[in-house]
Design a binder for this molecule. Structure first.
Ligand SMILES: *Cc1c(COP(=O)(O)O)cnc(C)c1O
Length: 377
């Protein structure tokens, strides 16, 4: 089955009991047992729910892994992954990861005795040097947020394997439509499904897929023990959203390429960051490991004041955090998604005050261009 067909018919296709074409919303917490311990595979909905199970089976198949797990948010998914580690264990984390990832590692898990080193994962030697005997995992994103730096998943998987550590990749920006980290050697792929997978700004969710069944079992133990599960309504919404992932990603991609080219031809913009542009340092690498470049562009308008002006003037770009929905969104990372990162660290990373990030939607690209034109001039 090819990917576009898998997106429609993958996982559990409809409801075998009634013939319903869409998996029903099993709005239920517990299940009748015929005798003690004798049931139809479901006992209690924190442990397992048929709608969530359909979603978990579906994402595992789409990402090419053994086990899928659905959580109440991307951060709940990541926190459950991080709960595999003990006090004194060490992890290597990308230095340009999602702000909430940085926050949960530094302000929650470090407090509990986990140790972490933040490194630029596009620098393989730096990653290798950061690995210690106590290191248990490398946690990374590619492309990163908001600087869209590209890291070599296959090379990092090789390093991880040689050192006996797990490689976990946040695949939120690319989605399984463009990039499959498990095929490149990663052990865990996870998503903020709130973004492209949901696609319609109507659900907050997280998904995890493991390559290996035992690792999936270990994470299911933690999912059930900690309880950060996705409810049946949201599981259903996500299943519904993901059916159109293919056509949405194609449209996002085409609009993004057009806008990136248009922005890079303007003289009043200092830098345009998009991995689909040939001048992007990660362009060749992303072509090698992914089938597309994604729908995110960052560009520097020069100052915080101009960024504020642009954001105030745009009409079709909604001023909001988040990304990956059908509607175009615009934000200033330094003051929004990355505000939880200290100012000196933002400066070090290159997240300047004039940096504007857009998540390109699937509107008519001509309207998007005209809108940015009037906002920039
Ligand atoms: C949004 C986001 C997250 C966090 O996911 P939530 O669903 O908001 O909890 C993690 N990683 C990336 C790359 C994100 O964009």
């Amino acid at each position: 089955m090819r990917l576009k067909t898998r997106l429609i018919h993958g996982g559990i296709d409809g409801d075998p009991a009634t013939g319903a074409v869409s998996v029903p919303i099993y709005q239920v917490s517990t299940y009748k047992q015929e005798a003690i311990g004798k049931h139809k595979g479901f006992e209690y909905s924190r442990t397992g729910n048929p709608t969530r199970h359909a979603l978990e089976t579906y994402i595992a198949e789409i990402e090419g892994g053994a086990r899928g797990l659905a959580f109440g948010s991307g951060m709940a998914a990541l926190s459950t992954i991080l709960s595999m580690f003990d006090k004194g264990d060490h992890i290597v984390v990308g230095d340009d990861v999602y702000g909430g990832t940085y926050r949960v590692v530094t302000r929650v898990f470090l407090r509990q005795g986990l140790e972490a080193t933040f490194v630029d994962t596009s620098d393989l030697a730096a990653v290798e040097a950061a690995i210690r005997p106590e290191t248990k995992a490398i946690i990374m994103e590619t492309p990163t947020n908001p600087l869209l730096k590209v890291s070599d998943i296959a090379a990092l998987a090789k390093i991880a394997k040689s050192k006996g550590v797990l490689l976990a990749v946040d695949n939120t920006f690319m989605t399984p439509y463009w990039q499959n980290p498990l095929d490149l050697g990663a052990d865990i792929v996870y998503h903020s499904a709130t973004k492209y997978l949901g696609g319609h700004s109507d659900v907050v969710a997280g998904l995890v897929v493991t390559k290996d069944a035992q690792l999936g079992e270990d994470l299911h133990f933690l999912q059930n023990a900690i309880g950060g599960i996705l409810g049946p309504q949201d599981s259903w919404l996500l299943l519904r959203g993901m059916k159109t992932l293919g056509i949405r990603m194609e449209e996002h991609e085409e609009n993004t390429r057009t806008l990136a080219k248009w922005l890079s031809e303007r003289k009043d913009i200092e830098r345009v960051i998009y991995p689909g542009l040939e001048n992007h340092p990660g362009h060749e690498l992303i072509k090698k490991q992914a089938r597309g470049f994604g729908g995110m562009i960052s560009f520097d308008v020069g100052s915080a004041a101009r960024a504020e002006e642009v954001l105030a003037k745009v009409k079709w770009f909604t001023l909001a955090e988040s990304l990956g929905a059908v509607e175009s969104l615009i934000s200033v990372p330094a003051r929004m998604t990355h505000a939880s990162i200290p100012a000196e660290r933002r400066a070090e990373l290159g997240i300047t005050d004039g940096l504007v990030r857009i998540s390109v939607g699937i509107e008519d690209v001509q309207d998007l261009i005209e809108d940015l034109e009037q906002a920039l001039s």
